[in-house]
Design a protein around this ligand. Structure first.
Ligand code: FES
Length: 51
């Protein structure tokens, strides 16, 4: 992740789960809609993402 999270790595998870540790760059609404920041997420299952 860059020094200032900017959200450019945002992707939508369509299947699976991740653990995300971020310092900004994504809104609560984005998260509620299934988006993650791929730079600071760790897959917990097999994933399918849309970007
Ligand atoms: S690369 Fe900027 S938030 Fe992930």
């Amino acid at each position: 992740m860059g020094r200032f999270p900017d959200g450019t790595c945002r992707v939508a998870v369509t299947e699976g789960e991740v653990e995300m540790e971020h310092n900004g760059g994504i809104t609560d609404e984005d998260v509620a809609e299934g988006y993650i920041l791929s730079c600071c997420s760790t897959p917990k299952t097999h994933l399918v993402v849309d970007y």
